[in-house]
Design a protein around this ligand. Structure first.
Ligand SMILES: Nc1ncnc2c1ncn2[C@@H]1O[C@H](COP(=O)(O)OP(=O)(O)OP(=O)(O)O)[C@@H](O)[C@H]1O
Length: 676
């Protein structure tokens, strides 16, 4: 197949203009490239004919037979053990033995009333369903069983929600996907050319340098329609022969919905097999689909051409009234209306039974039986070189995180401002501590306040920013773009300059203003301790973010992760008073180790004056007595104290990687084959 067949010009410019122009009614920007496009001779010679990459899988027929999906009933809430025996065994049948076929060059709409099972069917075919669901049946690609590997290699799934890093431009998003998805054997020149092609293909050229945007208007981004097209564009870089799209029109007005469906329809004409779920399309949008798959109460109510659906509904005595949108008619006829359940179910039963006796059903059975057999050896060839190198994954993620951090308006400025304000507060509150008896309490308070503020700010920042990115990481991980290490390490490495600079700023202000011990050794020890506290707090932030997976849960989880260690940090309870059952918490408290090191550095061999009359009222004669009071050994300054913090940081980071992996790993299980 030639490149032009694969990306026909008609796709590039539907009706001689790109989609952007249709949407906005703007004149096309007359950039030199655009001119070349409208002359229909854009130079994409750098792109190889990558349809060959898919061998005999370049045209995919997807067929499925007797798909049954059920869900466990009654989870028992937070305590699954409370589920009754009866509940444990009962299942809700979502799909009740549905079959179908979608051939190359076909654009199939999966439609039905709300709750009918459309999304479940699409997810089952794309192997994206909730792992708790039980699935049986058979799904074949060109007559061979669909496997997870084949799904990743041959298909793309466009989710209903469009997740992007808001600080990246449209072109940067596409280049990131091209770098990591087009494989190690494809040169960067070809990848760039492919990005250009897809930008044109989906009418995104005009917004290529616009940011995707952040929720809440923090960064104004591209429109909803452009985001949806960008989602499709990311998947098209691979030029997959099989495309699953969940609700491509959700959140779009009817005009934009029409444009996006029209565009996808044109993509299907290039021999792609495209299945999409859709809610109540307008009659114009409905007419753009080639094939219809109607789901009602978990059954297939009709599958075949959209045209023939009219005569089928007539044959089962539910003809579509004249001048009525057929899509609306099908959905209304098969909906279960509250209060009229029995009557509605009877109607659905008549239609689904009618379908099993129809010519369309006989044709479906014949088509499934006649599906061509492919050579599975192709899959190995497609797999070769389809992934990028580990170093490329690290570099691409690092570059993206760097852009994200530096472009985020609040990230750097707010953190710096927060650190300066807190440091000034601490420094000014303890401006003139002196060396008297009260200075012991004041210095201990200031040092503990410093490590607490470093802890809170580091954990909160990560806890609020990382969970927002987890859905994006999950989608990209499931597309095989990178592993867990490249997902998390660049983000952590980018935190290091923040840790180094912000703690330096904070400690210089605190140490410079407050009356702490004026020795170079005390300054540097205090800085190193702050650095270690910021590092471990960052790793705890990663732990909280990956374990919680959501900014709100992370915020609720943070005090739980901090307060127990805070309590046994050495300020609120003397080392000797901790009950033995709290020893694990005490020994795992980074507050304890860092506070101890700061006290040792501040008080070892320090002078403490007696400013009370009579002298017997003076508790501390020198700094070493303070250390004895806190039960601290000066030899512990570096080892074990600082070493323990470092080790805990490594442990928290390892747990974060593990939790991230748990969150993003593929939980989908292969469908249970049933002999049919
Ligand atoms: N993981 C799950 N666990 C339990 N029930 C589920 C699960 N997934 C789907 N269901 C149930 O299965 C039924 C079909 O859901 P599905 O999302 O497939 O419907 P739909 O046709 O896509 O509906 P809608 O148009 O409203 O999105 C619903 O009743 C839903 O509650």
């Amino acid at each position: 197949m030639s490149l032009d067949e694969c990306f026909p010009a008609v796709i590039v410019l539907p009706e001689n203009s790109n989609v952007e122009d249709v949407e906005t009614n703007h004149k096309p920007i007359s950039s030199p490239t655009e001119k070349v496009v409208s002359n229909n001779s854009l130079d994409f010679s750098a792109i190889d004919d990558d349809s060959n990459r898919f061998g005999s899988y370049s045209k995919v027929t997807l067929s499925w037979e007797d798909i049954r999906v059920s869900a466990p009933v009654g989870s028992g809430g937070v305590l699954p053990c409370l589920r009754s025996k009866k509940n444990k065994d009962s299942k809700k049948q979502i799909l009740k033995g549905v079959s179908g076929i979608c051939k190359p060059g076909t654009f199939m709409a999966i439609m039905g009333a709300s709750g009918a099972g459309k999304t479940t069917l699409l997810n089952t075919l794309a192997m994206k369903n909730d792992p708790k669901l039980d699935e049986t049946g058979s799904i074949l690609v060109n007559g061979k069983p669909l496997t997870r590997r084949k799904t990743t290699l041959l298909s793309a799934y466009v989710q209903q929600e469009d997740f992007f890093i808001g600080t990246l431009t449209v072109k940067e998003v596409l280049l990131f996907h091209a770098t990591l998805r087009m494989g190690r054997n494809v040169s960067m020149k070809v990848k760039r050319a492919k990005v250009e092609k897809v930008l044109h293909e989906l009418g995104l050229k005009k917004v290529e340098n616009s940011l995707c945007g952040m929720p809440g208007g923090l960064i104004r981004g591209i429109s909803g329609g452009e985001k949806k097209r960008l989602s499709v564009a990311c998947e098209l870089l691979m030029n997959p022969p099989l495309l699953f799209i969940d609700e491509p029109t959700s959140g779009l007005d009817s005009f934009m919905a029409r444009n996006i469906v029209k565009l996808i329809g044109k993509l299907a004409k290039a021999n792609r097999t495209i299945l999409c779920t859709i809610h109540q399309p307008t009659s114009e949008v409905f007419a753009m689909f080639d094939q219809l798959y109607l789901v009602a109460e978990g059954h297939c109510a009709y599958t075949g051409s959209c045209k023939d659906a009219l005569s089928f509904f007539k044959s089962v005595n539910y003809p579509c009234p004249e001048n009525f949108n057929p899509a609306d008619h099908y959905i209304f006829t098969m909906a279960i209306v509250p209060g009229e359940e029995e009557e509605c179910r009877k109607r659905v039963d008549e239609i689904t039974t009618g379908f099993t006796k129809s010519e369309a059903y006989a044709e479906l059975t014949r088509s499934i039986a006649a599906v061509a057999k492919s050579d599975d050896a192709d899959v190995k060839a497609i797999l070769e070189g389809s992934t990028s190198e580990f170093s490329a994954q690290l570099v691409a993620n690092f570059a993206r995180s760097f852009r994200n951090v530096t472009r985020n308006p609040g990230y750097t400025k707010i953190r710096l401002m927060q650190c300066i304000v807190i440091a000034l507060l601490g420094g000014l509150a303890y401006l003139d501590i002196g060396n008297g008896q009260e200075s012991v309490q004041d210095k201990a308070g200031l040092l503990f306040f410093t490590i607490t503020s470093v802890t809170f700010s580091s954990i909160m920042v990560i806890g609020q920013t990382l969970p927002v990115e987890i859905p994006i990481i999950k989608r990209e991980y499931s597309n095989g773009m990178y592993g867990v290490g490249p997902a998390i390490l660049p983000r952590f490495l980018l935190e290091i300059p923040y840790i180094v600079i912000l703690t330096m700023v904070q400690w210089i202000i605190v140490w410079g203003i407050a009356g702490l011990r004026r020795t170079v050794a005390n300054f540097f020890t205090g800085y190193v301790v702050s650095l270690l506290v910021a590092t471990i707090s960052t790793t705890v932030g990663y732990f909280v973010a990956t374990a919680a997976g959501d900014p709100v849960i992370a915020a609720a989880f943070t005090p739980l992760m901090i307060l127990p260690f805070f309590l046994f940090g050495g300020l609120y309870q003397n080392e000797a008073s901790t009950p033995y059952y709290f020893y694990p918490v005490k020994y795992a408290s980074w507050f304890r180790y860092s506070f101890a090191s700061l006290l040792i550095s501040e008080f070892q061999d320090a002078e403490i004056t007696c400013n009370k009359e009579p002298e017997s009222l003076c508790v501390f004669k020198n700094g070493n007595q303070v250390l004895s009071y806190y039960h601290l050994d000066p030899d512990d300054l570096w080892f074990p104290n600082m070493f323990a913090i470092l080790i805990m940081g490594v442990i928290y980071l390892a747990f974060s990687v593990f939790f991230l992996w748990l969150r993003i790993k593929e939980r989908r299980k292969p469908i249970k084959e049933k002999s049919i």
